[in-house]
Write a protein that binds this ligand. Structure first.
Ligand SMILES: [Zn+2]
Length: 164
């Protein structure tokens, strides 16, 4: 029991964040200098779609860079650099940089979505525990064997009375 409490301490408490935001949303400068991020900006939720978009952008920028480098196209830098091969290398490096940035961003979103799915499955497990608790408040009729809520004075199926 102590262990689970400690685990919950480290878990992200969205309700606490939302309460803090609602109490201070008209208080300018509340978040400045605290290192905290309001939930409307940090947007806790499923980041998987964003991760997919980032991975697609990585491929698109990388492909565009390779197309500019190897394709039969002219890359210009407004006349600054005359050499075609240097222009192509610069374009490739820029596109490579953008695609690496997208890739890193994608991995970050992917990690965030893993936390989201983990918390979702934890919530679903808690729901299953609730149904087990519900079964504790059930009793089985000695006459017909059907299970029903504990507080019925009579069996809803065969009207067997528990009182007399
Ligand atoms: Zn019964």
């Amino acid at each position: 029991m102590k262990n689970t409490n400690k685990e919950n301490e480290n878990q992200y408490d969205s309700l606490k964040d939302i309460t803090e935001f609602q109490n201070n949303m008209f208080n300018p400068g509340h978040y400045i200098g605290t290192g905290k991020i309001p939930p409307t900006v940090s947007a806790p939720g499923n980041a998987m779609p964003l991760a997919v978009v980032c991975f697609i952008a990585t491929i698109v920028f990388l492909g565009f860079g390779l197309f500019l480098f190897f394709g039969n196209v002219t890359v210009t830098s407004g006349g600054l650099i005359k050499s075609q091969i240097i222009n192509k290398i610069i374009a490739l490096v820029i596109m490579l940089g953008i695609s690496v940035f997208c890739l890193l961003l994608g991995f970050r979103y992917f990690k965030k979505s893993k936390v989201f799915y983990k918390e979702k499955s934890t919530l679903q497990k808690e729901k299953i525990d609730e149904t087990v608790e519900d079964q504790l408040w059930q009793r089985t009729c000695p006459k017909c064997g059907i299970s029903h809520d504990f507080d019925y004075p009579k069996c809803p199926n065969c009207k067997f009375s528990y009182i007399d």
